[in-house]
Design a protein around this ligand. Structure first.
Ligand code: FES
Length: 468
């Protein structure tokens, strides 16, 4: 029986992005069986996989953590109960596979005896051949597939996989992280409110698998909900692989307006005139938004500004903004943040490659979209074209770090848009098949939107930032 792997697990095992594997499936290099990949086929395509290199297993995850400049989390081990449950699940699977193997071994033995007895009576040459074939049957030698399976078993002990029924979105839960935190960190827009067990907005039904409460809650589920397997995602972790029925925001309209106070964590000036602001909400508050959307910031000494968030919504309580002419702010100042607004967001249903084009500080929402696309890991490749005067690419180091770390990310630093179409055409063959995101002054994004449309990019794949 072939060993089948989900696309997410297969990508993790060979150290490539999920988007890359999906592209190989689309190109016909890899076949799927009911959405799963056969381990043997995977190894044929990636023979260089270093099966015993544990570091490689964590490579993509580590890159995401560091490239987002987020707090690098300790690799937290699952607790003893979770580990025991995962080992038990693997033990049950091993016992089942052993039972099947022993059944076939017995059947072969029986067949061999039967053929032997027939051979002694009939002595036909065909029977002798069949006997030889049966004698030649030996257990396969240890090979790379066994290595892959061993690695898969380790992965299954360390992290449980969650699949959302309906959208088919997948993510991994490590340690005793909650379902909500793990899902958000993977770029999913799961429904939630308070994020600490008070509001009940993160309810989800466990269709299969086992979850476990990791925090006390102030919200009480009804007996009916409990009987149906409903859990609060912000208070439960996955013990085994799990399938959930959970609500996700796939459009901007379903996210309601919110308002929260956020403290200034840091104010930096990465380039002359551009300020980067890092805000953090209180431990029990998290603003829900989609990458690319904007907020209104009300400053402590008066005045307000509408700015797009420059970070991924998966980055917990942290909010980042970049702008020229920000008023003077001190560490620990409190800024009131309200929103979100806007429809400049990733196309949730697309698995196409993506071209991001930023004009100067248009980089802010583009950075959020890139981080979101990296967290989702479904685009086969990402190209960033950033147009700004010489020396004004204020986060050049970050863009270069992404390029160095991620095979599927390509950065193009431009000082003018004069040759933009030519550069895009030369850098991205078949760019008409990509999603294109444009951010900058409204007149500029509209003009380039038209240019790309005239050059073959369907209007449904063109997304231009519209600042109010
Ligand atoms: S988000 Fe409020 S209870 Fe989970």
């Amino acid at each position: 029986m072939p060993h089948l792997l989900t696309v997410s697990r297969a990508a993790r095992l060979v150290g490539v992005s999920r988007g890359t594997l999906q592209q190989r499936i689309k190109d016909g290099d890899l076949t799927t069986f009911e959405g799963h990949i056969v381990a043997d086929d995977l190894l044929r395509l990636y023979p260089e996989t270093r099966l015993h290199d544990q570091k490689e297993l964590d490579r993509v995850e580590h890159i995401k953590e560091t490239a987002f400049a987020k707090r690098v989390r300790e690799r937290v081990l699952p607790d003893a109960e979770t580990l025991a449950a995962r080992v038990q699940a693997l033990g049950i699977e091993l016992a089942r596979v052993r039972a099947v193997a022993s059944y076939y071994a017995g059947a072969i033995e029986e067949l061999r005896d039967k053929v032997k007895s027939m051979n002694s009576v009939g002595d036909s040459s065909r029977l002798r051949e069949v006997l030889k074939e049966i004698d030649a049957i030996r257990p396969p030698p240890p090979d790379s597939e066994h290595g892959l399976m061993a690695r898969d078993s380790l992965l299954r002990i360390m992290a449980a996989q969650v699949v959302i029924r309906g959208t088919g979105h997948e993510f991994f839960v490590e340690g005793t992280d909650t379902l909500l935190d793990s899902g958000l960190r993977s770029g999913l827009s799961l429904d939630y409110g308070c994020s600490d067990g008070r509001c009940g907005k993160c309810k989800a039904r466990v269709v299969s698998g086992r979850t476990k409460a990791v925090r006390q809650t102030g919200y009480t589920l009804t007996p009916k909900e409990l009987a149906e397997g409903v859990v609060l995602m912000c208070a439960n972790t996955a013990v085994t692989d799990v399938t959930l029925e959970a609500e996700e925001a796939l459009t901007a309209d379903v996210i309601s307006a919110q308002s929260a106070d956020a403290r200034v964590k840091a104010v930096t000036v990465p380039a002359t005139g551009v300020t980067q602001l890092h805000l953090q909400t209180s431990p029990d508050t998290r603003l829900r938004y989609l990458a690319g959307q904007e907020f209104t910031l009300h400053f402590p000494r008066g005045g307000s500004m509408k700015l797009p968030a420059a970070g991924c919504p998966c980055d917990e309580r942290n909010l980042y903004f970049q702008a020229r002419d920000l008023p003077q702010l001190e560490p620990a100042d409190v800024v009131q943040v309200s929103g979100p607004r806007g429809h400049f967001i990733l196309d949730a249903g697309s698995t196409r490659p993506i071209i991001f084009i930023a004009n100067e500080e248009g980089f802010a929402p583009i950075k959020a979209l890139i981080e979101h696309a990296m967290a989702l890991d479904v685009a086969p490749f990402l190209h960033l074209f950033w147009i700004a005067p010489q020396g004004a690419h204020y986060l050049n180091n970050l863009c270069r770090a992404w390029t160095d770390s991620l095979d599927q990310f390509h950065y193009h630093e431009l000082t003018s848009d004069k040759e933009l179409l030519k550069v895009v055409r030369e850098s991205v063959p078949r760019f008409e098949g990509c999603d294109v995101y444009l951010a900058g002054p409204n007149a500029w994004t509209q003009s380039w939107r038209t240019q790309f449309q005239l050059n073959g990019v369907p209007v449904t794949q063109l997304h231009a930032q519209q600042r109010k």
